[in-house]
Ligand binder design. Structure first.
Ligand code: PLZ
Length: 454
């Protein structure tokens, strides 16, 4: 067994020098060595975006085994919003790990789990009585939200939207829209899942109410309200392309759900926890979902997920009907409590709005000079640009891929997304400094410019 030399950076957290630093080509020799071991030992289906061997991360950077320091515009897909290895999270994890690592909450309950549930019941939208249940991953939270909604309504059908992403387990693959890479060859998929058209202002040209009327018509005619347990929607779609629905879309869907006894589940796995400049993205649209699924940003990088909802819906599942060996693991709960404290005491929603202002002004300047940036959208520190052929608006997926690759080679981690693969998304940790964020966007601009020349 060879262990990666971490001497390039032995401690993470914000103490790491906040700089972009390239000391080798990416990937450097040590990273290459790990990637060779990865391809020999890890199933080919598990891909990676940045070809590096990460050894430390914090603030706004990820450091690799060769000593390169990359600007992080991805946060491990919207997870490390409080910054990687935040000292308060590290301290909470260490303290809890030394106390006990596991009892199984269903065997011997402990306070951390209950305290996380209390915090979620307080923080999620809606001032009615709420309850929560904890799980390990976003997909598992979504699965459980659907289970609970079915039990509560006595109905089976679930509606998800075009461009939706809800996970990779069997039910959540069915809910997810995109075939490649998430679904192809992995069926058969769960039944009683139906798809409605999403509001996608850049491409459908519809107002929110128009797009909602279209979706509601599909739901009423093709599913039937009486058969429908739940409508699940990401208030801002993540993997599907950071699609922000037109104004009025979400309220209309929400009102229709209420009028028809259908449970509205907001999947805030990617958009939750200060990411969009509010604790939850639902708040921007004035909707109060019956249930909210959360994960990612909740625990500073530890695996934790939750379903929070109206108490009477959450209590519909019989005793013993919900659970899992690790759901609400005590270390993950300790991390979540520390993370939530950081969100609140450091006012990271406010920081997300500052990041939005900085990113939008930079991206708008770029767009004015480059019509291949067809659309700029998103809220807070969840911003994306959709790259297109300026003449036809046809998605420019190859361009997006090439720009992201070039950025990574230049020391900036940039992720793509979108049904058409043509969206560059920016999800920096909320602890990134302005100078570093600005430098990251300089690199994005240079990469886009270089792809004209190329
Ligand atoms: N719901 C809205 O964004 C996870 C997927 C990464 P898990 N998104 C990142 C990948 O390619 O696997 C996500 C999401 C929304 C649910 C999920 C699923 O969360 O924690 O990955 O299961």
């Amino acid at each position: 067994m060879t262990l990666i030399d971490t001497s390039a950076a032995t401690t993470g957290g914000p103490a790491l020098t906040q700089e972009r630093r390239l000391v080798t080509a990416i990937p450097g020799p040590r990273s290459q060595e790990l990637l060779a071991r990865k391809s020999a030992a890890v199933a080919a289906g598990v891909g990676h975006t940045a070809p590096i061997a990460a050894v430390a991360a914090g603030g706004g950077v990820v450091v690799d085994a060769d000593g390169n320091s990359l600007i992080d515009l991805g946060s491990g897909i919207a997870v490390t919003s409080v910054g990687n290895a935040h000292p308060k999270v590290v301290e909470a994890v260490q303290r809890q790990a030394a106390q006990f690592t596991h009892t199984c909450f269903m065997v011997s309950p402990y306070e951390g789990y209950v305290a996380v549930a209390e915090a979620l019941n307080r923080l999620t939208p809606g001032d009615f009585p709420k309850k929560s249940a904890l799980f390990n991953s976003g997909a598992e939270a979504v699965e459980n939200a659907v289970k609970i909604a079915r039990k509560a309504t006595g109905r089976q059908a679930v509606v998800a939207f075009d461009h939706a992403y809800h996970g990779r387990t069997n039910l959540t693959m069915a809910l997810t829209a995109k075939a490649m890479p998430y679904k192809s060859g992995f069926g058969p998929f769960a039944s009683e899942v139906y798809r409605a058209p999403m509001s996608y202002p850049y491409r459908d040209g519809l107002s929110g109410p128009e797009a909602a009327a279209k979706a509601i018509s599909v739901i009423e005619k093709q599913v039937g309200a009486d058969n429908l347990a739940a409508v699940i929607i990401e208030p801002i779609q993540g993997e599907g392309g950071f699609i922000v629905p037109a104004e009025g879309f979400l309220p209309a869907i929400s009102q229709w759900c209420t009028a028809n006894g259908v449970v509205l589940i907001a999947d805030e796995v990617q958009s939750g926890f200060a990411r969009t400049g509010a604790m939850f993205a639902s708040e921007h649209f004035g909707i109060v979902p019956d249930m909210v699924t959360t994960a990612k940003g909740i625990a500073g990088g530890l695996p934790l997920a939750a379903v929070t909802g109206r108490a009477e819906i959450m209590d519909a599942a019989h005793v013993g009907g919900l659970g899992g060996t690790y759901g609400g693991n005590p270390i993950a709960c300790a991390a979540a409590l520390a993370t939530i404290e950081v969100f609140e005491t450091e006012d990271l929603s406010d920081r997300a709005r500052e990041i939005e202002a900085l990113m939008l002004s930079r991206l708008e300047t770029m767009q004015a000079a480059d019509p291949r940036i067809g659309d700029i959208r998103g809220l807070g520190a969840m911003i994306a640009i959709e790259l297109v052929d300026p003449a036809t608006k046809a998605p420019a997926a190859a361009l997006a891929g090439a720009v992201a690759k070039r950025c990574i080679a230049e020391g900036v981690i940039v992720l793509t997304c979108g049904t058409y693969g043509n969206v560059l998304r920016f999800l920096p940790p909320l602890t990134i400094g302005d100078a570093l964020l600005s430098e990251g966007l300089d690199v994005v601009a240079a990469a886009l410019a270089a792809e004209v020349a190329a």
